[in-house]
Design a protein around this ligand. Structure first.
Ligand code: SF4
Length: 609
């Protein structure tokens, strides 16, 4: 089918075999690619009850139809597996150049299955694909290995790696690429580590077949023009996602000291202008990006280079840990990247430990002598290392994720574990933002913002309102944003630059030769959302409404300072939002898709109704 490379690479780590198979046309018509293809493969290929770290779990790496084309922001790919962090569905999007390179090598996706008896890496050079010994690389940091593989194989190879955290099966290990791009969430790097796959190196020299080249170029150029003419372009490119730090601080959503507040009294020190002036060296973007948000930085204080921090990292290992020096945050960012840790989950876990320490639930003996007060940068650096290597009691505990850590420590510390479905919440404080809180409660991987970024909507319409319209907004966003992950595109051209959503269906139609309307695409996205929900039902015993519970902090405690000081969402309001949401989705009162809904979405046969 036009728009696709036409092949899937299947790699069996257990016996070392590497085979190719055609990309199934019927499947990509119903699931598009990227996240959608990954969800379908997860459902059909990974048996019920598989151990996330065992040979039955698989890691699916999938590009989208627009990936690697000239459409703006078409540099995204998706990593899907059963999550070792949550036990449910995991999907992490990654930018960079690998997605284009993989398609040019002739593959829409890679299926990684089994477990290798020894460390290996996957070498792909167009049609040549094989596993190679990686014993000498085991233990290396992510970027040290990326640099080394580029030196050994050639600069044009695109590399994805895991760091020591993936090897040590830290439950939220990430996959790194292009010296600063990550597939961060849900433990996709943990699964790669469990398979003893240290890296993937890809070089491709082919192209992508396009049904209507002139038509596709016309749509792509119009979309580019919209980005290049956007009022926000200059400021966005100057600061990247860091631009939202001051907005979040002013609006009481900047996570501060484990989300006790949404405002940071030292915020000015970590705002975008300070960041740009003090440490940014240059801008950096993914393949085909008209608006590069990546900022490559250098910290003179520590003598380190890092891509970032971007906003999520700035919030989660900056203000959320009480760090107020942008160079301290850059250093913590660089450590997480090199060691292969998701900065969001790492920040959530360390913030919880700091709160436990300050409240006397953890003592200095348990912290291994670390003075874990908020704001102690040296303690943060030490703890990041301990988590990545599972060193000491606390490092090993936090490597399991904040939900598990709180369950082990007890003493009511689950009140400070800011998570949903076992995933640490990303960087928006939701004391007083009912749509954003609902977005976190219902996100398909756990408390992640990128499924529905509803915080601006809350502020526009009334942050504490509890209405069906607010729930409907969350549902709509959950169909649009993840759809772009299926197409292989970045969402930020739409979100930040206002590139029209009406570009996507004509682009896909011209690319593939198959007629797609925007409504068709939303219908597919809704199908995928429901499939991932049913995946949770299949894998987690008793799954239902209780798994959509908000972090207790936001429904039990008022924010301590800032514009939301004294405010929180009542438990009844959160549950009412959930009712509205389930009704809108066609799910029952326990949050399970009804047979009618599954029938309407063409899922009944697949899920065995
Ligand atoms: Fe990549 Fe940022 Fe451009 Fe999106 S906006 S494609 S994340 S560089």
């Amino acid at each position: 089918m036009n728009g696709y490379a036409g092949q899937i690479l299947r790699v069996n780590l257990t016996d070392g075999s590497v085979t190719k198979e055609p990309t199934p046309e019927q499947v990509i018509r119903q699931y598009l690619g990227g996240r959608g293809l990954g969800a379908y493969l997860l459902w059909t290929e990974v048996p019920q009850g598989a151990d996330p770290l065992g040979p039955e779990n698989k890691l699916f790496i999938s590009t989208g139809p627009l990936s690697g084309t000239l459409f703006p922001g078409a540099g995204k790919m998706d990593f899907t597996c059963k999550s070792p962090l949550t036990g449910g569905y995991a999907s992490a999007s990654m930018g960079g150049i690998l997605t284009a390179e993989l398609k040019y090598a002739g593959y829409d996706a890679i299926i990684l299955e089994g477990v290798s008896p020894k460390p290996v890496y996957l070498y792909i050079d167009d049609s040549k694909a094989e596993l190679r010994d990686a014993s000498l690389y085991w233990g290396l940091g992510s970027f040290a290995l990326e640099k080394r593989l580029k030196e050994e194989l050639g600069e044009e190879f695109q590399i994805a790696t895991i760091g020591p955290a993936g090897e040590k099966l830290v439950k939220y290990a990430c996959i790194n690429h292009d010296f600063g791009r990550q597939a961060g969430r849900g433990g996709v790097g943990t699964v790669m580590g469990a398979k003893r796959l240290k890296a993937i190196a890809v070089r491709g020299s082919g192209g992508i077949p396009i049904a209507d080249v002139a038509g596709f170029l016309r749509v792509a150029k119009e979309a580019y023009r919209a980005c290049k003419q956007a009022d926000m372009l200059a400021e966005w490119t100057r600061y990247g996602t860091m631009i939202v730090t001051s907005w979040c601080d002013e609006n009481g959503t900047l996570p501060t000291r484990n989300f006790q507040s949404g405002s940071f009294e030292h915020g000015l020190n970590i705002y975008a202008p300070t960041f740009r002036a003090k440490i940014v060296l240059t801008d950096k973007g993914c393949f085909g990006c008209p608006s590069p948000c990546g900022k490559y930085s250098h910290s003179p204080k520590y003598g380190i280079y890092v891509e970032g921090p971007e906003y999520e990292t700035n919030g989660m290992i900056g203000s959320n840990l009480g760090l107020s020096d942008i160079e301290d945050i850059a250093k913590a960012n660089q450590l997480c990247d090199e060691l292969g840790l998701d900065t969001i989950s790492t920040g959530g876990c360390i913030a919880w430990a700091m709160e436990c320490y300050e409240k006397g639930v953890l003592n200095r003996e348990q912290t291994g002598g670390l003075d874990l007060r908020f704001g102690n940068a040296e303690a943060v650096f030490a703890l990041i290392e301990q988590i990545a290597h599972r060193d000491g009691w606390l490092g090993n505990l936090l490597a399991e994720g904040v939900k598990q850590a709180a369950a082990e420590v007890g003493q009511g510390s689950d009140r400070w574990a800011i998570q949903v479905k076992g995933m640490e919440q990303s960087a928006y404080a939701t004391h007083d933002a009912t749509s954003m809180l609902l977005a976190y409660m219902t996100a398909d991987v756990g408390a992640h913002h990128n499924r529905a970024w509803a915080i601006t909507y809350d502020i526009a319409v009334g942050r504490d309102l509890v209405t069906p319209e607010k729930a409907a907004k969350v549902v709509d966003l959950q169909h649009i944003r993840p759809l772009l992950d299926c197409l292989g595109c970045c969402r930020l051209q739409w979100v930040e630059l206002g590139m029209p959503l009406t570009s996507y269906a004509p682009a896909l139609t011209a690319l593939t030769g198959v007629d797609y309307s925007w409504e068709d695409l939303l219908h597919i996205s809704e199908r995928i959302w429901n499939l991932t929900r049913i995946y949770w039902v299949r894998e987690v015993e008793g799954f239902g409404r209780a798994w959509d519970a908000p972090p207790r902090r936001f429904v039990e405690e008022p924010a301590s300072s800032g514009v939301t000081a004294g405010r929180f969402t009542s438990p009844e309001a959160a549950q009412q939002m959930l009712d509205f949401y389930y009704q809108r989705r066609g799910w029952d009162a326990n949050g399970i898709p009804t047979p009618e809904t599954l029938e309407r979405l063409g899922l009944a046969e697949l899920v065995g109704l």
